[in-house]
Design a binder for this molecule. Structure first.
Ligand code: GLN
Length: 528
């Protein structure tokens, strides 16, 4: 069985097509289907690895080392699956594949064109995972009408024609804005958007309307009539206090049943409601813990999307609400502000900006026994901090920030024997670490071997391990006995820095042990 659900968007961007797709995927999964989600981004960047998180949000790293769009994180968390390179596609990567083929002479002198060569490659990728699942949910990024999105829409049109009607379900996500002066919800932008889609040759089976107010029956009827969809296929998507409530809201509107009806499939097992009971109370707890995330992108939550999710998931599991504030590492009163928080997290990052502020925040957390979690660059900063303030190596630094530092406690070690790097000089994707007994990490993971995702170029310099351990730091885990993966401060109740990105491994049903330990420690440190 190869069935496809296409998700396109209109009116404006950022309507949450990824969350809609993941929610529908989740419902179908709870009916027993194997679901895979594939994202298509129409921009020319080959992958989002080099894109500014301000524009694009976090770079999500798959286990096999693809640097991808943050929607893949949403898919993984909703569906509890592991995505891979095949789940993420960009126009840049598709064009590169076609151009490489052309350079090799594979087209035998043909004129290489958007139609059919680019569209053929896109169609091939639409079907890339069909043998690995029952249903592929295909999300086309951007907004209908965008020039760069056209080849994807055209490919979707051709794909419809080449497959059976009952194998494809097409969903269009739009915005129904509320005009306060007129006290009215407006359907016109949705009508225009669907018209644009129909001009391309795609007629949606369902319209998901993002709205701040309830859509009454007459409004739904109007959208149905003007947009040529069934009335029960006009779906209301109101803002929710937690994204994990969205599958429930779509379920109430029978979205899963409507999809199964058109795709002509019957549920494979009795609908499993355990997931719903688990997420029922997300964000609804009265007890709170206050977490400070000290990073470079203070005003953009999407830049730390998976961290945010991981903290919320762990907190919900412990029946508390995490109040998370993103503090700019360069803010003047940073340390004074930190006093209002129960725990401090320093996330990953690249480049010099804010590093000294992050190090100061770590000194504060270490000296005041405030629970601390350092992720990737956050871990590297904690090593620099310990070198400067515990080992008295005052100029200690990473060669990323000071190439000629006398004490390069963090540096590029890609010449290390026995360690294979993926992604050029970048360690990307899953790598194993062996954890030492009698460490905080061992207590949290309850395991001696773990596998976590990486995305970094620099490593802790093994030359300094001896002196740093004498001064109070502990390396709790290594990759192949060579590369330090986890550091801890021995005399601190909860101080842990990890070279990898645990945030990509959290699931609503399975909080990550590091985040769970961190929230627990924050609770113990809670300021009344
Ligand atoms: N900039 C650091 C490195 O490349 C850390 C990267 C990160 O935090 N993801 O090693």
């Amino acid at each position: 069985m190869a069935k496809y659900i296409f998700i396109t968007g209109g009116v404006v961007s950022s309507l949450g097509k990824g969350i809609s797709g993941a929610s529908i995927g989740k419902l179908l999964q709870l009916h027993g289907f194997k679901v895979n989600m594939i994202k298509f981004d129409p921009y020319i960047n080959v992958d989002p690895g080099t894109m500014n998180p301000y524009q694009h949000g976090e770079v999500f790293v798959t286990a096999d080392g693809a640097e991808s769009d943050l929607d893949l994180g949403t898919y993984e968390r909703f569906l509890d699956v592991y995505t891979s390179k095949a789940n993420t596609n960009t126009a840049g990567d598709i064009y590169r594949t076609v151009i490489n083929r052309e350079r090799r002479g594979d087209y035998d002198g043909d004129t290489v064109q958007v139609i059919p060569h680019i569209t053929d490659e896109i169609k091939k990728r639409f079907a890339a995972l069909k043998n690995k699942c029952d249903i592929s949910v295909i999300e086309i990024g951007g907004t209908v009408g965008d020039i760069e999105g056209l080849p994807f829409m055209e490919a979707a049109r051709q794909f419809q024609l080449e497959n059976k009607k009952e194998d494809i379900f097409s969903i269009h996500v739009t915005l129904v804005p509320y005009i306060a002066g007129a006290h009215e919800l407006k359907t016109k932008p949705t009508q225009h958007s669907v018209n644009k889609l129909r001009e391309i040759g795609i007629s949606p089976d369902m319209i998901i309307c993002r709205t701040e107010h309830h859509l009454d029956e007459s409004l739904k009827r109007k959208i149905a009539l003007f947009c040529n969809v069934r009335e029960d296929c006009v779906i209301e998507a109101m803002d929710a206090s937690s994204i994990y409530y969205i599958p429930g809201s779509l379920y109430k509107q029978k979205v899963d049943a409507l999809v199964m009806e058109k795709l002509n499939i019957k549920q494979k097992k009795k609908f499993d409601k355990a997931w719903f009971s688990k997420i029922k109370s997300f964000g609804e707890f009265s007890k709170t813990v206050k977490i400070a995330v000290v990073g470079k992108y203070a005003d953009l939550k999407d830049a730390y999307k998976s961290i945010d999710e991981s903290l919320n998931i762990a907190a919900a599991d412990l029946k508390v609400k995490a109040e998370i504030d993103y503090l700019g590492a360069e803010d003047k009163g940073l340390i004074k502000r930190l006093k209002n928080y129960d725990a401090v997290l320093v996330p990953g990052g690249f480049g010099n900006r804010g590093v000294e502020g992050k190090i100061k925040a770590i000194t504060y957390a270490r000296e005041n026994k405030v629970p601390f979690l350092g992720i990737c660059l956050g871990m590297q900063c904690s090593v620099i901090e310990a070198a400067r303030n515990l080992s008295n190596l005052k100029k200690a630094n990473s060669t990323e920030f000071d190439e000629s530092t006398k004490h390069p406690v963090i540096k590029i070690l890609d010449e290390q024997k026995g360690v294979k790097y993926r992604g050029g000089t970048m360690r990307l994707g899953n790598y194993k670490s062996q954890i030492k007994k009698n460490t905080l990490a061992h207590k949290l993971y309850k395991s001696s071997e773990i596998e976590e995702r990486h995305r970094h170029r620099y490593e802790m310099n093994p030359e300094f391990i001896g002196s740093l351990e004498k001064a109070g730091l502990r390396v709790a885990a290594y990759h192949k006995g060579i590369l330090p993966e986890i550091v801890e401060i021995k005399s601190h109740p909860f101080f842990i820095g990890v070279q990898f990105h645990p945030e990509f491994g959290s699931r609503p049903m399975k909080p990550h042990p590091l985040f769970e330990g961190f929230i627990n420690a924050a609770l113990l440190n809670k300021k009344e």
